[in-house]
Design a protein. Structure first.
Length: 228
C-alpha cells in the first residue's frame, strides 16, 4: 500500500489480530514505513522489540520449567528472529496493509522480510500502548500457540554455529564478519554486516538493530547458500 492509498483499510488487520484498538491511529502508525516520512513506525518498532522479547521469554519460562537458561535463550532467539516475525506477519496479511512511499512499493518492499518483521514489532509496541501488557499477551499467546507447541530446544542452533559446522564439515576456514555500515541515531542504530565465506566470491550482507543480530542474519544467508 502506498502513502497515497493509506485510506484503504489498515484497520482491517484488527480482525486478523483479534484485537480492537481503542486508538485506531496508533495501528496505522505501526504500519507506516519510514518512506512515508513522519510519523512512522520506527519508535514503535523500538518499543515492540523489547516487549516482544520479554513476553516470549515469560512464555518459555513457564512452559519449559526444566530447561536451563542457555536453551531458553536459543528458543527465544528462534521465536523473535526476522524469519519468524516476517512469517507471522504474512499469515496476518501485513503486506496488504503496510503504508509506504511509492518507491518502496515499486521495489516490492511490502514483501521484504526486514520490513515485515519491523512492522510486526511496531504493532506489538502499538498493542502495548493501546491495551497494556495484557493486550500484548492476549494477542501473542494465540499467534505463537503452534510455535510454542512444536519448538524443540534440542534441535536449535544459532546461525553462526550452524555456519561454522557446515564449513568444518567441508574443511573450509571459518567465516569473517565485518561491519560495513552503521547508521541511525544513538538510541536506534542499524548495523550492516558482511559475512565472507572462503570459496564463495560474493559476501553475504544483512542488517539488524544490533551487530549480533546482523551477523546472525548474514550467517543464515550463508548457510542457506552452502546447503543448496
Amino acid at each position: 500500500m502506498s502513502s497515497d492509498s493509506a485510506a484503504s483499510e489498515p484497520l482491517a488487520l484488527e480482525k486478523n489480530l483479534r484485537y480492537k484498538f481503542k486508538d485506531t491511529g496508533i495501528l496505522a502508525q505501526a504500519l507506516s514505513h519510514r518512506s512515508v516520512g513522519s510519523p512512522n513506525n520506527e519508535r514503535l518498532e523500538y518499543l515492540g522489540d523489547s516487549i516482544l522479547g520479554y513476553v516470549i521469554a515469560e512464555f518459555l519460562y513457564h512452559r519449559f520449567p526444566e530447561l536451563p537458561e542457555g536453551d531458553l535463550t536459543k528458543m527465544r532467539a528462534a521465536l523473535v528472529c526476522q524469519k519468524t516475525l516476517s512469517s507471522l506477519a504474512r499469515e496476518l496479511d501485513f503486506q496488504a496493509h503496510l503504508i509506504m512511499g511509492s518507491g518502496e512499493v515499486k521495489s516490492g518492499g511490502c514483501n521484504r522480510d526486514s520490513i515485515l518483521s519491523d512492522a510486526f514489532e511496531a504493532v506489538v509496541g502499538a498493542l502495548y500502548l493501546d491495551g497494556g501488557m495484557s493486550a500484548v499477551k492476549h494477542v501473542l499467546e494465540k499467534l505463537y500457540q503452534e510455535l510454542l507447541e512444536t519448538i524443540k530446544p534440542a534441535e536449535l542452533k544459532d546461525s553462526k554455529t550452524l555456519l561454522q559446522e557446515v564449513l568444518q564439515k567441508q574443511e573450509l576456514p571459518l567465516p569473517v564478519y565485518q561491519v560495513i555500515e552503521q547508521s541511525g541515531q544513538a538510541h536506534r542504530l542499524t548495523f550492516t554486516v558482511s559475512c565472507t565465506v572462503p570459496g564463495i566470491e560474493s559476501a553475504f550482507i544483512a542488517t539488524g538493530n544490533s551487530r549480533k543480530k546482523a551477523e546472525q542474519s548474514a550467517a543464515a544467508l550463508a548457510v542457506e547458500a552452502l546447503n543448496q
